[in-house]
Structures are given as C-alpha cells and as structure tokens.
Design a protein around this ligand. Structure first.
Ligand code: ATP
Ligand code: MG
Length: 163
C-alpha cells in the first residue's frame, strides 16, 4: 500500500537503540509516497544502516538522505542514501557485497556477520521494482536505494501540475 518513506525511515532509526545518536536523517519536504510493504522495506534499509554503523568507527556518524528523483516526471522515484565514514568498499567488490554469504576479507573479524544482510536487502528491493547499489565515493561507503514512487501522490505533492 502507499507508504511514506519518512515514516519508514523513522521506524528504522528507532530500531537502533544505543547507536541512534550516530544516525543523522535528512528528508526532503515534499516526497512522493511509495507502494511497498512497510515491514519488508524497513528490514531492507535496516540491513544497510546496520552495516554502516558496524563497518565504520564508533565515533563517526552515518548520514541518511531521502530525496525525490523525478527526472522525467514519468518515472518518479524516491532515493534513500546511507553514507558512512568507514573504510568503504572497493570498486571491484561493489557488486559482490550483494551476493549471499559474501564478506570482504578485511572485515572477517569476531564482529563480522554472516553475509546475508545485503543479499536480503537486494531481494526485497528488487521485489519492489527498485534498485540498490554501492556508489563510488571519496570517503566511506555510500549505498543508494531507489524505489518507484506512486504517480498520483507525486502529482498531488506538486500541486497537480501533471498532464
Ligand atoms: P549480516 O548482515 O548477515 O549480519 P554481513 O554484514 O557480513 O552479515 P552483508 O550485510 O551482506 O553481510 O554485507 C556483506 C559484506 O559487505 C560485509 O561483510 C562487509 O565486508 C561489506 N560491507 C557491507 N557494508 C559495508 C560498509 N558500509 N562499509 C564497508 N564494508 C561493508
Ligand atoms: Mg550486514
């Protein structure tokens, strides 16, 4: 059903009890709704934020930005970007991290996970006709999720100015 990404993001942030102070959420004022399963999308984004917190220093913040992408007005999208200030992901591993049980060697430590999180996220996002990718950045890791938005709600948010 039609959901607000802002509401979803607040629910995700709430799940990180002690780490919440490291999370900085930025949302645009007028965002279109998305037609999704709220609980599944929450889980998909949770996995990405969990990584950002886990694979970057405890004294560094994680920035989450939610934006509207309506380049051609025919395929409105909402993007959710999670940016950390950790060691980042090498370009040659940017696809592999979304595979089942994949873990970058440098992180094979006691606190590294099972390598399931991003594979689950990718499956959930794909099931919603969205995309998830690691975007090359100078510092840290940037994961971008794009979800198709509901057209009608975009038209409403823009004052109904859609032919
Ligand atoms: P799980 O999420 O199942 O507990 P995991 O975190 O190891 O385990 P994924 O979330 O799928 O698995 O991530 C896969 C691998 O990608 C991680 O093990 C890590 O090596 C790398 N990775 C993911 N996110 C980041 C990040 N923000 N910075 C650096 N490396 C990352
Ligand atoms: Mg993980």
């Amino acid at each position: 059903s039609a959901q607000s990404v802002v509401t979803i993001m607040h629910l995700v942030v709430e799940r990180f009890s002690q780490q919440q102070s490291r999370l900085h959420l930025h949302t645009e004022d007028k965002l279109p709704l998305v037609s999704v399963s709220s609980s599944l999308i929450q889980q998909a984004i949770f996995n990405v934020v969990d990584n950002a917190l886990r694979y970057s220093p405890a004294d560094k913040s994680v920035t989450i930005s939610v934006k509207s992408l309506d380049t051609d007005n025919k395929h409105p999208q909402v993007s959710i970007e999670v940016q950390d200030q950790g060691i980042g992901i090498r370009a040659d591993q940017s696809d592999s991290i979304f595979e089942l049980f994949y873990s970058v060697d440098a992180f094979k430590r006691n606190d590294s996970g099972t390598g399931l999180g991003l594979a689950v996220s990718k499956g959930i996002i794909a099931a919603h006709q969205g995309t998830i990718q690691s975007v090359p950045v100078e510092q840290g890791c940037l994961i971008r999720i794009c979800l198709p938005a509901c057209r009608e709600t975009l038209a409403h948010g823009k004052g109904g100015n859609v032919s």
